[in-house]
Write a protein that binds this ligand. Structure first.
Ligand code: CAA
Length: 410
């Protein structure tokens, strides 16, 4: 599929981008010691140093709304035509997380709001749909929110690849960060590498197989992208790959480099995209775009005019390869001090505290329950009552009803 996105005035792309990272983390060295594993397996073998842990009063709605606050900081919310919420950690089988976010952000009544799912690739499906929306109605803007909690069983091989976070992006015909190219390659195959049946809180994963499918989907979607665009590997200055853990990007880059006949993969084209993921872990739908933001904010050089190749992989599986060019002036719309401001100020959890957060569950019998207050962003989940989630805005009251404190976790 081609959407004319890169020709002069008709450019479509990312006008604004925001990130939310939970305020708690566990060093993977501590987790390795607790699990009786050599820390180098997590740190060098998987390439992960820290894992973000959402507080009991956070979910994809609060994380997504908090990311959106940053993305919308200087965007007129009246211009938002559609809100697409991508997640595979949904909080309701019927009602979209987008509706809650629409309310928390007080978006216009005419703004369409819905949820999109295809594992980690849902955000990229939303991006392509957003481009089509803007191509059809250039006066409109689309807000994409991608939020997830990557959750595996305690003590399983997947545990060190957990994480959480959210990205929000405003897509319009006035890209200030990244102008997207028109050509996309896609790949779909019915495989069981990673999935989560409705009755489970943790993903089921065939880890080694998932890596194989990821790499196959990469070359398949790359091949179609090249056929459509005529671009060569060399015409891409940087690459951002979906990041379940950062070593996966090295495997992917090595695989693609070999595929195109490069003798040795140049890891400088990948390394800046890994900085944030290494400190927050997998965030499923948000992960690729966390990598993009990491590249833009930590490269330490002016990336204006540089073409970035992006690979999105969603288990099950659907994948997409696409690209974009960094827009002049982008530096004013990203935060180069984010590590110091957002990452370095998080609270370190012991493994016992992380396990208590992990085990916290909302009551499922409809009784009233107030979630204990932890460090969160502006929005938090204040409780549940009558099977309804209640959210509050710490800066101003948006959706809060007074609740009696009932249960507190350790
Ligand atoms: N020092 C240094 N390195 C070490 C080491 C040590 N002491 N011990 C092991 N390693 C290395 C291993 O050699 C291996 O590296 P290579 O892959 O280069 O060989 C690496 O550390 C991991 O070791 P294992 O392969 O033995 O690890 P594992 O089998 O216990 O688990 C995993 C790894 C399969 C990725 C597991 O964490 C998992 O299932 N994760 C969830 C699934 C996942 O992330 N899949 C990725 C593709 S699917 C996707 O991308 C979608 C998504 O978001 C989930």
């Amino acid at each position: 599929m081609q959407i004319r996105a890169d020709s002069g005035a008709a450019r479509i792309g990312i006008e604004a981008i925001g990130l939310y990272v939970p305020r708690y983390y566990v060093p993977l060295r501590d987790l390795a010691v607790a699990r009786g594993v050599d820390p180098d397996k997590y740190i060098k073998g998987l390439g992960q140093e820290e894992m973000a842990v959402p507080a009991p009063d956070e979910d994809v709605v609060t994380m997504g709304a908090n990311a959106a606050l940053e993305a919308l900081a200087d965007v007129d919310t009246a211009s938002i035509d559609t809100l697409m919420f991508a997640t595979e950690s949904g909080i309701d089988q019927s009602k979209a997380a987008a509706i809650y976010v629409h309310h928390l952000l007080q978006l216009p009544k005419n703004c369409k709001s819905f949820e999109i799912k295809q594992a980690c690739c849902g955000s990229t499906a939303a991006l392509q749909m957003a481009m089509a929306t803007v191509a059809q109605r250039p006066d409109r803007k689309v807000l994409i929110v991608a939020a997830d909690v990557a959750r595996y069983g305690l003590g399983t091989p997947g545990e060190p690849t957990q994480g959480a976070g959210a990205i929000a992006m405003v897509i319009s015909n006035q890209p200030r960060v990244l102008a997207l190219d028109a050509e996309w390659g896609a790949y779909t195959e019915d495989v069981m590498d990673f999935w989560r049946p409705n009755y489970l809180d943790e993903a089921v994963v065939d880890g080694k197989y998932s890596i194989k499918v990821y790499l196959k989907a990469l070359t398949e979607s790359w091949a179609q992208y090249v056929e459509e665009s005529g671009r060569t590997f060399e015409q891409h200055d940087y690459f951002c790959y979906h990041l379940p853990f950062t070593r996966m990007a090295h495997k992917a880059h090595q695989h693609l480099s070999k595929w195109v006949g490069e003798v040795r993969p140049d890891n400088r084209r990948v390394q800046h995209s890994l900085v944030y993921n290494r400190r927050m872990g997998n965030s499923y739908t948000a992960s690729l775009y966390v990598g993009l933001l990491s590249l833009l904010e930590t490269a330490g050089a002016d990336l204006t005019g540089q073409r970035v190749g992006l690979f999105s992989y969603g288990s099950g599986c659907m994948a997409a390869f696409f690209s974009g060019t960094v827009v002049p002036g982008y530096a004013a719309y990203v935060q180069k001090d984010r590590q110091a401001v957002q990452f370095d100020n998080r609270q370190r959890l012991t493994v016992e505290m992380y396990e208590a957060f992990y085990r916290h569950a909302l009551p499922s019998d409809g009784r009233r329950y107030q979630t204990p207050a932890h460090e969160t962003g502006v929005f938090r989940l204040s409780g549940v009552e009558g099977h309804k989630r209640l959210y509050e805005c710490r800066a101003q009251s948006v959706h809060t009803r007074p609740l009696q404190p009932e249960v507190a976790i350790a």
